[in-house]
Design a protein around this ligand. Structure first.
Ligand code: ATP
Length: 219
């Protein structure tokens, strides 16, 4: 059976999550306490309900406890976001993902049981900053406080060399986990694989090592 998702708070972030899941063919229940928001989203998502998520009885009446994943995407009202997280966690929802406004909010969310805390603005800011450093850096994903993945365009220094010659692991402590050539993706690159023009490299490493690597190879 397909996973069932409920999204609470239909701001820009919640709406984007709901829209994407719906587009991928998943059942989504969208909850917001604003009647206007609900009207706006009803053409995009199949099930929309107007409810205050800090009202435990209202959430129970919606049968929320049967859902696999709940995303709490309430931003500004930090109190409502925390209360909602406590309520849905106490209901026994296996995966509760919550959007945080700042680090302190995130810390509290973790303490009350959020399975995953996300910081969309902070993360997007980091991604944009990494993109700005060089046009070679296509994307950046933070894995933990200390580790990330970068996707970068092969630079002139790499083209025509194989992974053994580039010796990225020994020199920079980073691992090339995939090489994208046109529409094909090599997800298990080996030492003899050649880097060609317009290849994209997906590299994992500590932030420090990745920075050294980027500085060395990126033009
Ligand atoms: P974004 O950046 O994603 O646009 P935001 O961080 O500015 O959103 P808000 O606009 O404060 O977040 O909240 C998102 C949505 O959550 C709003 O549509 C708001 O009506 C809804 N919301 C706020 N409190 C509650 C609540 N207690 N119950 C249900 N929905 C709520």
């Amino acid at each position: 059976m397909k996973k069932q998702f409920a999204i609470i708070g239909m701001g820009r972030f919640g709406t984007s999550v709901a829209k994407t899941l719906s587009g991928l063919g998943f059942e989504v229940l969208a909850i917001d306490n604003s009647e206007q928001r609900m009207q706006e989203i009803s053409s995009i998502v199949t099930h929309v309900v107007q409810a205050d998520s800090t009202d435990e009885e209202a959430l129970n009446a919606l049968g929320l406890r049967n859902f696999d994943v709940v995303v709490v995407a309430i931003g500004e009202d930090i109190q409502a976001s925390i209360l909602t997280t406590i309520i849905v966690k106490e209901m026994g929802i296996p995966t509760v993902i919550v959007k945080a406004q700042n680090e302190l909010h995130g810390k509290v969310l973790r303490k009350v049981g959020a399975d995953k805390v996300i910081y969309p603005e902070r993360d997007m800011g980091q991604r944009v900053a990494h993109n700005l450093i060089s046009t070679n850096i296509i994307d950046y994903i933070e894995l933990s406080e200390k580790h990330s993945i970068v996707e970068l365009k092969a630079s002139r220094k790499m083209i025509g060399k194989n992974l053994r010659q580039l010796d990225i692991r020994a020199k920079y402590g980073c691992n090339v986990i995939a090489i994208k050539t046109g529409s094909s993706m090599n997800i298990a690159p080996n030492a003899e694989d050649l880097i060609t023009e317009d290849d994209l490299l997906i590299v994992v490493g500590s932030n420090e090592d990745l920075q050294d690597f980027e500085k060395m190879f990126v033009e």
